[in-house]
Design a binder for this molecule. Structure first.
Ligand code: GTR
Length: 434
């Protein structure tokens, strides 16, 4: 691959960014009552055909899928759902911010690497926090995903840099006036069982999503947009929303991991929860270098089928989060059947690479059944490419993962990431990443 845009640095001192934070994020109730949670009220619908070209001809071979239909489907998602990712890939500079060779009681090497998106140290940048097993003798397969609260929320280690980027206010997590405080250290550690991950021979790399694009609607001025968008007043209908910006930055994270001597860059899986699960799927669909893709409770706009209108709907998500998708996506508010895509096609874009979709029983807002069905309906593409999709569309038994070349589980509990989820991801990765 062409790595000319990468320029590793070695020194340690860096100046952190401070994003202005004047706007409030939308406040949304977790599972509003006025939406449908009743399976018997799911409307009838036809899914767009995966194996038919836009000119109507059938896709009968793996070659036709790869050369014609896959590019069509990818373009449809760029034009109608997420918007385009930034075209330019800047010359990245990296600088190691910290390294602890004996983290986690000697079990892991813990590093923080700052990735600058320009030659300006005060311009946009993101920090990657990476744990790799201390006893590894060869580069390890690795999970790469964004976190919601800052890298310092992943582990209480006092040496991890506290993000100075905008954070969502949450006094219970120590986030006050859109700034993270000392109190926020380790507050998300239950979602990042780093010790368990390294003990199974994997690396885990995470980035604070607010470094890339702070999660509120500011008209695409802050984060990487300040650098990549010259005209932020008149946005094209297919200009990428925040999910496209975040997923693009996951690819930049992979650029760095591909150069990392401790990580096996050919075996990196994206991972993400909820809105960051949508991001994980879009990153994996857009960038075929990702060897595996994990969606944890991604719901509407992620794994779930939009046409089911179960739990969160297209209209609701475009209204609550106008910055996540492209403007064209709004045409499908209360009009899902008019869309040329549904989200089984997002799964199909990942084929033949392994994709794992996880749901939670109490997370009805994310439509667990719709998350599974979209993976099921991507099956014909996996089969065409010589892989096995889900064996059937039977309602999945709770806490009983199904793993073939794709994986699915629905676990007991709520919208969250748990050790149970991670255990299944690593079991799946043992088959596909090692
Ligand atoms: C909710 C949103 C979901 C999901 C979730 C999250 O408010 O409706 O689509 O993304 O946020 O990211 O936690």
């Amino acid at each position: 691959m062409n790595r000319s845009h990468l320029r590793p640095f070695a020194s340690i001192v860096i100046t952190s960014l401070a994003f202005s934070a004047l706007l409030q994020p939308s406040k949304v109730a977790a599972q509003p009552a006025e939406f449908n949670y009743d399976e018997s009220k799911v409307p009838d619908f036809d899914l767009p055909e995966l194996l038919k070209l836009q000119d109507g001809s059938a896709v009968t071979s793996a070659e036709l899928w790869r050369s014609r239909r896959r590019p069509e489907v990818l373009t449809l998602f760029q034009e109608h759902v997420f918007g385009r990712q930034p075209d330019t890939v800047p010359r990245l500079r990296t600088r190691e911010r910290s390294r602890k060779p004996d983290a986690l009681g000697g079990r892991a090497v813990r590093r923080e690497i700052t990735v600058f998106f320009s030659d300006d140290d005060n311009g946009p940048s993101m920090d990657i926090l990476i744990y790799t097993p201390a006893n590894a003798v060869t580069p390890v397969p690795c999970f790469l995903g964004f976190n919601f609260q800052g890298n310092h929320s992943v582990d209480p280690d006092p040496a991890i840099h506290i993000t100075t980027s905008w954070v969502r206010n949450d006094s219970t997590k120590g986030n006050i006036d859109h700034r993270a405080t000392e109190e926020s250290r380790g507050k998300s550690s239950s979602r990042w069982p780093v010790e368990m991950i390294v003990s199974r021979g994997y690396g885990v790399a995470t980035i604070y999503y607010g470094d890339v694009d702070p999660d509120f609607d500011d008209g695409f001025k802050n984060g990487i947009h300040s650098m990549l968008e010259s005209n932020t007043t008149a946005r094209a209908g297919n200009a990428g929303g925040s999910i496209s910006a975040w997923s693009w930055a996951l690819s930049r994270g992979l650029d760095v991991l591909e150069m990392d001597p401790l990580v096996d860059g050919a075996h990196v899986s994206t991972f993400g929860h909820s809105r960051l699960g949508k991001t994980s799927l879009w990153a994996g669909a857009s960038d075929e270098r990702f060897a595996m893709v994990i969606s944890n409770d991604s719901g509407c706009g992620g794994a779930a089928l939009s046409r089911r209108q179960f739990g969160e709907t297209v209209k609701r998500i475009n209204t609550s989060f106008p910055h996540w998708f492209c403007i064209n996506h709004r045409q499908y508010n209360d009009n899902e059947n008019a869309s040329p895509v549904d989200h089984h096609m997002l799964m199909a874009l990942i084929a033949p690479r392994p994709v794992y979709v996880a749901s939670a029983q109490e997370d009805q807002w994310a439509d667990p059944r719709g998350e599974m069905l979209s993976l099921f309906h991507a099956g014909p593409v996996f089969e065409l490419l010589g892989r096995k999709g889900l064996p059937n569309d039977d309602v999945a038994t709770v806490n009983q993962p199904i793993q073939t070349d794709v994986g699915y589980h629905i676990r007991t509990g709520k919208h969250d990431v748990t050790d149970f989820d991670w255990t299944q991801y690593m079991n799946f990765a043992d088959r596909h990443l090692k």
